[in-house]
Design a protein around this ligand. Sequence first.
Ligand SMILES: [Zn+2]
Length: 90
Amino acid sequence: MGNHNDIIRNYVCAVCWGSLHTIRGEIVCRVYGKEHAGFVTRKYAEKRRAESYAERANAMWNIGKYFFESRTEEELIRMITGGEDDQGTN
Ligand SMILES: [Zn+2]
């Protein structure tokens, strides 16, 4: 195992991905201490976090697609025009 400071800098808690710190020579989660066992590289945590954002974005996209596909053209036009029911009477 390398220098503790390097580990603290390059790794995060495996459970909450929070920062680590040293207690009596032991590296533990800064917030939960020994309750949270293990650590992962900061890079790994960042990658996983990025992936979950991508998944969420993808889910939002699918919800959006369903939202639009489940509506008729008329409904969409009404939504876009702010619900004004102008039937060309002007
Ligand atoms: Zn933790």
